[in-house]
Design a protein around this ligand. Structure first.
Ligand code: AMP
Ligand code: ZN
Length: 136
């Protein structure tokens, strides 16, 4: 528990939220500024910061809750699909530094786009692969 963390405050009911799901280790609640209605955040109850320091057992619990809740969101709001996303660290767009997975319901004509993609240059794929595999 971090006294300055807004998601810890939500977990402790010190701040209100629209709770979607709760277990011993996980809480899911509606994002206050949704991409689409039903946009939900799934968080571990224990405080850490992001994917880089979350405890394995908390991550496994969050991941399984995401699967269950994604199915319910799609069915519940009649979506045509869902995006599942997690921002980790400031330069990846993380604003709240308590781990959270976004589940965003998507609709056929919602007009939203995915992140832009590009082609690899000549040897870039191979050298990039080498760096990642060396770090595993
Ligand atoms: P991120 O950029 O991945 O850190 O996303 C943080 C998310 O938390 C944003 O989508 C916010 O709209 C959402 N958020 C911030 N404060 C609250 C709150 N009190 N209740 C629900 N969602 C919140
Ligand atoms: Zn926290």
């Amino acid at each position: 528990m971090d006294p300055d963390c807004i998601f810890c405050k939500i977990v402790r009911n010190d701040l209100p939220s629209f709770k979607v799901y709760e277990s011993d280790t996980v809480l899911a609640f509606l994002d206050i500024r949704p991409v689409n209605a039903g946009h939900t955040l799934v968080v571990p109850k224990a405080h850490s910061h992001n994917i880089f320091d979350i405890a394995q057992k908390d991550w496994l619990a969050v991941a399984e809750a995401v699967r269950t809740i994604a199915i319910a969101i799609e069915k519940g709001v009649g979506a045509d699909g869902v995006n599942i996303a997690m921002n980790n660290r400031e330069h990846a767009g993380q604003v709240v530094f308590h781990p959270h997975v976004h589940i965003i319901p998507r609709f056929k004509d919602d007009g939203l786009k995915l992140m832009p993609q590009r082609e690899y240059k000549e040897t870039e794929a191979a050298t990039t692969l080498e760096k990642i595999r060396a770090a595993l």
